[in-house]
Design a protein around this ligand. Structure first.
Ligand code: IMP
Length: 497
């Protein structure tokens, strides 16, 4: 006989947080939003820690390189969508990894034997006017000099003039050494009125360049999520069909973390995919999902997942529940999976972060998801509203909207996401094509969201996400108290009534 669960499937809006004692040291500025995204053993550190508990959805309308750069600068991470050719996805990853964020690996380099013609060609191609001269013409060769626009005069110098004849040689350069902080590099840049400071190792090999303008930008983004080479971090979605070709291409592009993009992760296809990656690329980090209960969670953990994504049917563009009758209220799903995660940690000493994916409508839903046990949340609709997402902005009536479509809609045709074997093409859609209100820049909106999360955590007396998970008190709300919670029984000044 089928198992009928007696408990109700609940959503975020059915809960509220009770305030706990706010201690004087628990100010919003003191709240630490860092959170693990990859599994780790008790007493050890996770390989990757997010600086804010937010990632962007694996969707065509949401996560491309532009959004990934904007979000990583604010401390979060994007998973570049996989419903596109492998090479195009890998190129988006490459663009994020090459983006300048303080310490830049120089991609415009020459050797002393190159000519002014070569310098101009590089400048034309990359748009960079600071070109490093190294013994072998590579980004990590021995630094022999620098060429900038100040070193040559186009009206006078012949195009075949050798770089060695006009570069500023090493002996005249001001340089920094590996280990220098960005702020120390900036002091040198200002003191000597430089545009760029080369950073070298003890053997004079070039490591990075620090540019004056990048430092200014970096200062405005103190939470930037960076890898150990000081590059922005980025994730990528994969599917259970072409992973044997897609994963090596993404790893070659130096992606930081992968995630299987699937509406239902409790499947042998997903287990095979994760196991193949763990066997063939043991250092690669891979998340699995989506699941909504303890059984699904344990299946993916035992398959080797580094994190597990939770949620079926809660996405704003999702019609899975209507079409197939499967899914679970997002709050109930997160609460059960978080309990399973904690029990697994208790038993094995291994912590598997979980991500609440889909169904975040209000900013406070993020804090509720964290309080219920999520380590981070994934959002699609939220990010689709911003300038940086790749979807089109259009005018509707007097306001602007942006297009937002599900990966399971005919428009995205991401049928790999719904893998149940057999034909790749499904006969019905699991997502819709829609509009969302345009909201401007990612950073401006995210700052508001984060300040609300911090403020709620302060009211709950929680200085970290872990603290919130351990001490939060959640209550169910009645439908009548929902009315009480909004503005009620007054006449709003900007309404027509
Ligand atoms: P949102 O933040 O509520 O818009 O939800 C985004 C999430 O919806 C994604 O991260 C996916 O898990 C899920 N999703 C994306 N496309 C579809 C679809 O076409 N059908 C069902 N779920 C989808």
């Amino acid at each position: 006989m089928a198992i009928i669960y007696p408990d109700i499937s609940r959503t975020f809006s059915e809960y509220l947080l009770l305030p706990n004692l706010t201690t004087k040291d628990c100010t919003p500025e003191n709240i630490d939003l860092r959170t693990p995204i990859t599994k780790f053993a008790k007493g050890e550190k996770p390989a990757i820690t997010l600086n804010i508990p937010i990632v962007s959805a694996i969707m065509q309308a949401v996560s491309n390189d532009t959004l990934a750069i904007a979000l990583a600068k604010c401390g979060g991470l994007s998973f570049i969508y996989c419903s596109q050719p492998i090479e195009e996805q890998a190129e988006m990853v490459r663009k994020v990894k090459k983006h300048k964020s303080g310490f830049v690996v120089s991609d415009s380099n020459v050797s002393v034997n190159h000519t002014l013609r070569d310098v101009l060609a590089i400048k034309e191609k990359t748009g960079h006017s600071t070109i490093a001269v190294t013994d072998d013409g590579t980004a990590n060769g021995k630094l022999l000099g620098i060429v900038t626009g100040r070193d040559y005069r186009l009206s006078r110098d012949p195009l075949d003039k050798k770089v060695s004849e006009f570069m500023t040689p090493f002996k005249d350069l001001i340089v920094g050494y590996v280990g220098i902080t960005l702020s120390e590099a900036n002091d040198i840049i200002w003191e000597h009125k430089l545009n760029a400071l080369p950073i070298i190792d003890k053997d004079q090999r070039l490591q990075y360049l620090v540019f004056r303008k990048d430092y200014e930008e970096h200062k405005q983004n103190p939470l930037q999520l960076m890898d150990d080479k000081k590059r922005l971090m980025v994730g990528a979605g994969i599917n259970t069909r072409d992973y044997k070709e897609r994963v090596p291409a993404l790893l070659e592009a130096e992606v930081d973390i992968l995630c299987v993009d699937s509406s239902d992760g409790f499947s042998e296809y997903q287990r095979e995919t994760i196991q193949y990656i763990k066997e063939n690329y043991p250092d690669a980090k891979i998340g699995g999902g989506n699941v909504v209960d303890r059984e699904g969670f344990m299946y993916l953990v035992e398959s080797g997942a580094d994190f597990v994504k939770v949620g079926i049917g809660g996405g704003s563009i999702c019609i899975t529940r209507e079409q197939k009758g499967i899914g679970r209220g997002q709050a109930s799903a997160v609460i059960e999976v978080a309990q399973a995660r904690d029990e697994y940690f208790e038993k094995t000493g291994i912590y598997i972060p979980i991500c609440s994916d889909g169904g975040i409508v209000h900013d406070y839903h993020v804090t509720l998801a964290l309080a219920m046990g999520a380590d981070f949340v994934m959002m699609g609709r939220y990010f689709a509203r911003f300038d940086e997402s790749p979807n089109k902005k259009v005018k509707r009536g007097n306001s602007y909207v942006k297009e937002y479509w599900g990966e399971g809609s005919n428009r995205a045709r991401n049928w790999q996401r719904y893998d149940q074997g057999g034909s790749v093409h499904m006969k019905f859609e699991e997502g819709v094509d829609s509009y969302v209100p345009y909201a401007g820049k990612l950073k401006d909106n995210l700052e508001v969201t984060l300040s609300k999360i911090r403020s709620t955590m302060s009211s709950c007396g929680a200085k970290s996400i872990k603290h919130l998970q351990e001490t939060a008190r959640l209550v169910l709300v009645s439908s009548t108290s929902l009315i009480e919670g909004g503005a009620h029984d007054i006449i709003l000044k900007d309404s027509e009534y």
